[in-house]
Write a protein that binds this ligand. Structure first.
Ligand code: ADP
Ligand code: MG
Length: 226
């Protein structure tokens, strides 16, 4: 049996809580006995020289998305090959065991097969990669986001751009164009990280689906912000 990663993309505007959520999710999955690995899409872009332009005024990096997609697929594929090699070595060992201890062989195999391989992909470009089983777009009220981005010392123009992206749900829109019903959207504004984790776990295990289109932050513009 060949092992494949279930790829979960955690996306959203900078500051919504992607990295925090991805790290906690990773820990939770390991605790539950799954095999989990985090991929940072930003690191992949930087480490593979995929930044094609830098807009100094906006402090904005433009990434070659096509190459990023290809690179990420290659990385996942290489990880899967490693796991499958390990698995076949394991089974070979177990086969030898089975001559003398059949029960042991069956138990070991079951234990291995029950594990899920989960890749958590952290980054606001993760939803642009084609290798994806589920996308979770984290959303947050722009008033909260503004405070977080000010704390990060982002420039005025960068804050304005990001708040606009959040209000207009750019990540959700883009994700929907590519992944349609694989896309989920969570309004994290009033949720603790533990509540967010719980919802993400249900989404990963197909116990919940939160289609996009229900979250509306338009009143941020109506209140006189622009
Ligand atoms: P991103 O990776 O999307 O840019 P981070 O995970 O770095 O965002 O989170 C940005 C900030 O928001 C951090 O200071 C983090 O502690 C905080 N944060 C994230 N999720 C929550 C939450 N659910 N409640 C309160 N603060 C949060
Ligand atoms: Mg981050």
């Amino acid at each position: 049996m060949s092992l494949n990663y279930k790829v979960i993309c955690i996306t959203g505007t900078p500051g919504v809580g992607k990295t925090t959520t991805a790290k906690m999710l990773h820990k939770k999955l390991l605790k539950k006995g799954h095999e989990s690995k985090i991929f940072s899409i930003n690191e992949i872009a930087i480490n593979n020289d995929l930044i094609i332009k830098y807009d100094e005024e906006k402090d904005f990096k433009i990434v070659d998305v096509e190459k990023l997609d290809k690179k990420f697929s290659e990385l996942i594929h290489a990880e899967e090959n490693n796991k499958n090699d390990l698995n076949s070595k394991n089974n070979l060992g177990n086969n030898n065991l089975s001559y003398t201890n059949n029960l042991n062989y069956t138990n070991n195999n079951l234990k291995f097969d029950n594990k899920e391989l989960i890749a958590i992909v952290d980054g606001h470009l993760s939803h642009l990669c084609s290798r994806c089983d589920k996308t979770i777009v984290l959303r947050v009220n722009p008033d909260i986001l503004k405070k977080r981005l000010i704390k990060r010392n982002y420039s005025k123009i960068k804050i304005k751009d990001n708040l606009e992206s959040e209000v207009l749900a750019i990540c959700s829109y883009e994700a929907n164009e590519i992944h349609e019903n694989k896309v989920n959207e969570i309004d994290t504004s009033d949720l603790s990280i533990y509540q967010i984790l719980h919802i993400c776990m249900d989404i990963i295990q197909d116990k919940n689906h939160l289609p996009i289109g229900k979250i509306d932050f338009m009143d941020y513009f109506l209140k006189g912000n622009e």
